[in-house]
Design a protein around this ligand. Structure first.
Ligand code: 6PG
Length: 257
């Protein structure tokens, strides 16, 4: 483990248990924040584990306490495709959560991808965050909670290794073409993503990872030694505020057992 950082790792039986636990934790944390500040801002992730979390959250009998009217939904990253496209993270959240109706329309802030280049979309979303999120630190928006998946290549949000995106320290939102560094990236489309400074400043971060394909990368994230080593997700260890990993047995590195 890197010495200077404290984070929680919750090891659950399987992917389903990870999603259930994370959904419960989101609901509890949202409730706390609304009590404290009257508002809850969350940045959502793409990927299969987060998708299951949103389905659970949409289930009123499981999560009747989620303060939807006070919750404002943002996206941590998006693929540069139309919102109705099968690759769209917005579409995934729409299908799993929004179409079931719990979130008021005026509380939903997707990354707009239809007009302009990926770079223009990033600049536009940076403006949206600046306007809609009043909490700021060093000029960066401060989310109450950021949900992150993690790729087997170590990317989180859409900060892909080998692109300039993980190194962006001046802006809140950036864009990248992950195929320039790895032609096998799936799907092979440009991405728009919040940056490391935003991830580091959020009040809380939940990282969700399930399945054996995540074990090797998680072992590298949790390894001792310099924080500057790859993978990209290791930059989470620079956080000075709460950070929790929700992982299943298959993803949990053997050395840490
Ligand atoms: C992307 C994906 C990606 C995803 C992670 C984790 O745009 O490439 O959204 O960032 O979130 O690869 O995905 P899983 O939860 O499906 O493993």
């Amino acid at each position: 483990m890197a010495e200077s950082v404290e984070f929680k790792v919750l090891v659950l039986d399987d992917a389903d248990a990870v999603s259930r636990k994370a959904a419960k934790a989101i609901e509890e944390y949202a409730g706390e924040r609304v009590k404290e500040t009257g508002d809850f801002t969350i940045a959502l992730a793409g990927g299969s584990t987060p998708k299951a979390v949103y389905s659970f959250l949409a289930n009123r009998s499981l999560h009747g306490e989620m303060p939807w009217k006070r919750t404002r939904l943002f996206w941590g990253d998006e693929r540069k495709v139309a919102p109705e496209h099968a690759y769209s993270n917005y579409r995934m959240v729409y299908e799993t959560l929004l179409k079931n109706g719990p979130v008021p329309l005026e509380n939903i802030f997707p990354i707009q991808t239809s007009a302009g280049t990926a770079e223009e979309c990033a600049a536009r979303y940076e403006k949206t965050l600046a306007e809609k999120i009043t909490a700021k630190e060093d000029g960066f928006p401060v989310f109450d909670l950021i949900i992150l998946g993690i790729g087997p290549d170590g990317h989180m949000a859409s900060l892909f290794p080998g692109t300039p995106a993980p190194l962006e320290l001046a802006r809140a939102v950036t864009s990248c073409d992950p195929t320039t560094a790895n032609p096998k990236v799936d799907p092979p489309v440009e991405r728009i993503s919040i940056t490391a400074p935003v991830i580091l400043r959020a009040s809380n971060v939940f990282v969700l990872a399930a399945g054996e394909s995540k074990r090797e990368v998680l072992a590298k994230v949790f390894a001792s030694g310099s924080i500057d080593k790859p993978p990209v997700a290791r930059l989470l260890l620079r956080r000075k505020k709460p950070l929790s990993f929700f992982v299943d047995q298959a993803a949990f590195p053997k050395k840490m057992r």
